[in-house]
Design a protein around this ligand. Sequence first.
Ligand SMILES: [Zn+2]
Length: 336
Amino acid sequence: MEPLAFTFRGFNKELVEQLVEKIAKALQGYELKSFLVGCTFEDYLSEEAKRMLRKEFQAFLVKKLEEKLGIKADYSNADAEILVNFNQDLVFFLIKSVYIYGRYRKYARGLPQTKYYCFKCKGKGCNYCNYKGVLSNESVEEIIAKYALPLFEAPEAKFHGAGREDKDVRMLGPGREFVLEIIEPKKRSINLKELERMINENEKTKIEVFDLKYCNKDKIKELKSKKSDKVYLALIECENKVSEDTLKKILGKYEVIQRTPKRVLSRRADIERKKRAEIIEAKQKDSLIEMKIRAESGLYIKEFISGDNGRTKPSVSELLGTKCECKELDVVDIID
Ligand SMILES: [Zn+2]
């Protein structure tokens, strides 16, 4: 929200009422259950004068705002912060975000989880990105936001996922947890069942969302710290033919030593990690091999299959004695 300019000198009831009118007008259309007021008084005033103003002026302003807005001041849980700055003659507004928890399944390959900003302009818009600021056409984040933003009458949203899958990987099974943060919403209590229905009806070939519910900000930290094992179903192409017998022999648990994959080295530090993996099932499927693999959080599964030129050991390539490549990958379960 844009800050509101005012000119206000001296403690005068009439002036306070004028300020209250202005603030109420600026907040018109925002669904709020509570607010708080913070005042910054002129720097040249003594501490004593500021203390008096806080006691008298600020308390009176709060009382008048409660009457005008029809809601209560709440300093522990305010939907809006109203910050009156007498040094700048501006009122700043901070509308609290609304947080929605949910899970998504992703059925379309080639769909990234979040939008990626243009690396040349960092989202500002330039020649390279056609002045869109983003390089992705569509993402799980953008699809959900497309339906949520008009309902909440909000300008933007931020997506926080409990991890992510590559854009060519489908997310099936129990779905992936996420929190959608709605920034500066005008509406705060829309029917989430309705949002769920709209997304699932219109986007069913791409994604599905479910379990939507309101949550608080702490949920983001909780999701980010989760380290869940994942079960993948992979379609693998092998250079040489592999017998059913050989496939049976490689079932079992492995301790994998993995250096950061070559394909992500430009973005991630080159470190070595030790992760668990278990090949649960392996069978021929047409000319390919279908393999079910359980992997510890943080294992790069495509590289566990290919071996990444010896950077991941052991790998499916090494175990089968022939060069293997992952052609298709689905997350089929997330184990908390
Ligand atoms: Zn750009």
